[in-house]
Ligand binder design. Structure first.
Ligand code: FAD
Ligand code: SF4
Ligand code: SF4
Length: 478
């Protein structure tokens, strides 16, 4: 009888790829996890119990066929594993690196519930596709038939790029417009290199270009080109612009010099550290933490990326203020632990009251406690009277979340319906908006979300755009 290659979780423990030591990794912006060696990937994949009802798969936004690609990896059939993995995910190596797996696939792996560590799904997914790149199995689109219809996509983030890839593979003529000089959206300029090295994103950009996707960069729709012009040039338009309006701080002194937005700070760092760009605000010190006492305000993933960037820039001290406690923070526990190992100090249950100096020299901080649950069931933070203290700060980074820009106004398109949060109102799954031939995907529909959801939206939307183009072609032929 053939040897059972799977179900090894009883004998083999969960093992992650090696993590570089904090003292070494905080000296650079390279990723902190190494790649699995092939034997290790096979061993870790073999821990899967091949569940009949795989909860990992149902909790993956892309419904990746995880048990199958784990089985194929465990048995050394890597090219097939890659074929299965890429059939549902446009960028598996990116998701393998930056999905919050503890809240998605791995967080629902049943072997953890039976007291064994979860299967390291994300690391195996990354290993499969990194190997596929190495072996030359990842190919640009080469559609069997070219179609005459064209689709314009506004935004080269993961949502727009996933849609572009699907449409181009179906032979559609695709043009992507973006206001930045490089594609990738937040993959390139938001998420730091120590979570996602930029060559990983740039090789995907090249693959899309090689497959015939046309990119128009440095083009802000609403300024350099009107939304109307784009609609007139294409049979369909997909809006994938993300959310970039930073939530602001209030309180006396909140407008002082030295209080900066997280997105500006991270973009400058990504440009300088990963691409060697010259950024005047970085050189002047405005967006550079070197030699400074840094205070980051917020408890989400953006705040975690800011504190860890500040450490790498050589800050004197880095403190993170968050108004709830550790158990109630929105950011990933894994990233928080990484930040602590690298020397970040967390001040749980604290909130800024006011700011001293201009440029800023200190944050006046209130201590908080958790009170009664609010309407959402979450305990509301309350100020502890008389608890205030001064936290020295030469730079304060606001990482309080993002909202949608007012697109209907900016684009002179009042008929583009939005929700009360300013996000575009779009039909579930198809992404169709109130405007005929206009679709929307990713954060601009969901509000600040995740890369994997933007990919899912882009893929779903592309399928519906194709169906709608087919219907129009039939009507035109009648
Ligand atoms: P985006 O990635 O924001 O891309 C939108 C693109 O549209 C941009 O390139 C922008 O330049 C362009 N654009 C906007 N307006 C215009 C215009 N008017 N004209 C032309 N172009 C325009 N998610 C995870 O899953 N894991 C993580 O670890 C993670 N870390 C994050 C860290 C940070 C600091 C931030 C801010 C977010 C993080 N996220 C993470 C969330 C994730 O990056 C987003 O959910 C995802 O990128 C959304 O994809 P998108 O395509 O909708 O938009
Ligand atoms: Fe897990 Fe994300 Fe991969 Fe899905 S895409 S299997 S959630 S790492
Ligand atoms: Fe394998 Fe865990 Fe998924 Fe079950 S839930 S199929 S054990 S990865």
């Amino acid at each position: 009888m053939a040897k059972q290659p799977m179900l090894k979780f009883v004998k083999i423990s969960r093992d992650m790829p090696e993590k570089r030591g904090a003292e070494t990794r905080k000296e650079d912006f390279d990723e902190i996890y190494a790649e699995f060696a092939s034997a290790k990937a096979e061993e870790q994949a073999s821990r899967c119990s091949q569940c009949g009802v795989p909860y990992c798969q149902s909790h993956c936004p892309l419904h990746n066929n995880i048990p199958d690609w784990l089985n194929l990896t465990a048995t050394g059939r890597l090219e097939e594993a890659y074929a299965v993995s890429q059939a549902t995910n446009t960028f598996p190596e990116i998701c393998g690196r930056i999905c919050p797996q503890d809240r998605l696939c791995e967080g629902n792996c049943v072997i953890e519930q039976s007291g064994h560590g979860t299967v390291t799904i994300g690391s195996v997914e990354k290993y499969i596709t990194d190997t596929a790149w190495e072996k030359g199995w990842v190919k640009p689109a080469s559609p069997a038939v070219e179609r005459s219809e064209s689709v314009g996509i506004i935004g080269a983030g993961p949502g727009g790029l996933a849609a572009a890839d699907m449409l181009r593979r179906a032979g559609v003529q695709v043009t992507v417009y973006d206001r930045y000089d490089r594609g990738g959206g937040l993959l390139t300029y938001g998420i730091p290199g120590f979570k996602l090295e930029k060559e990983i994103v740039m090789r995907r950009m090249k693959q899309l270009e090689d497959g015939g996707v046309r990119f128009v960069m440095n083009c802000t729709v609403g300024e350099d080109m009107s939304f109307e012009e784009i609609r007139n040039q294409h049979d369909a338009v997909i809006v994938a612009t993300g959310v970039y309006k930073s939530r602001d701080l209030t309180g006396p002194g909140a407008g002082a010099k030295g209080i900066v937005k997280a997105i500006d700070y991270l973009t400058a760092s990504n440009r300088v550290a990963n691409f060697g760009d010259t950024v005047p605000e970085y050189d002047s010190g405005e967006l550079n933490a070197n030699g400074k006492n840094v205070v980051v305000i917020g408890g989400g993933d953006t705040a975690m990326d800011c504190v860890r960037t500040a450490i790498r820039q050589g800050a004197t001290s880095v403190k993170c203020l968050y108004r709830r406690d550790r158990a109630n923070m929105p950011g990933s526990q894994r990233e928080t632990q990484n930040a602590e190992e690298e020397g970040v100090q967390f001040e749980w249950l604290t909130a800024p009251k006011s700011f001293k100096g201009d440029p800023v020299s200190a944050v006046v901080v209130d201590r908080m406690r958790l009170g009664l649950p609010d309407a959402s069931g979450r305990q509301s933070p309350e100020i502890i009277d008389g608890s205030e203290y001064d936290e020295p700060a030469d730079i304060v980074i606001k990482a309080l979340g993002f909202e949608a820009e007012e697109l209907p106004t900016l684009w002179g398109a009042p008929e583009l319906e939005v929700t009360r949060w300013g996000t575009i109102r779009a039909e579930f799954t198809s992404g169709r908006t109130a405007l005929p031939g206009v679709y929307a995907v990713g954060d601009i529909v969901r509000g600040a979300s995740l890369v994997v959801w933007a990919i899912r939206d882009g893929r779903d939307c592309a399928e519906h755009v194709l169906q709608d183009l087919d219907k129009q072609a039939v009507i035109a032929a009648e």
